[in-house]
Design a binder for this molecule. Sequence first.
Ligand code: ZN
Length: 92
Amino acid sequence: MTPAKPPQASTTESTPQRTFDHRCIWCDSISHSRRIDCTEFKEAMQKRLITINADNRIINATTGEEVPPMFRRGGMKKMVALITNTPMIAFY
Ligand SMILES: [Zn+2]
């Protein structure tokens, strides 16, 4: 039995910790973790497959619906390829 830890708030950092790897939300690559570093993301933006809404989320430019993250499953790229039926996006 381990004693329950008292709820002590850490005052040093307010940054939320996430448990998943630093993967690109768009292409699921681990070589970069930010979408602004992702050339494929920029390409999809230029082709108007996706856009960014007021909440800074990636949405389907056609339907306006948010694209769910697909970490470890090909990234949003795969999801957008499915929902937009766009062959320009390579499948894994
Ligand atoms: Zn990427």
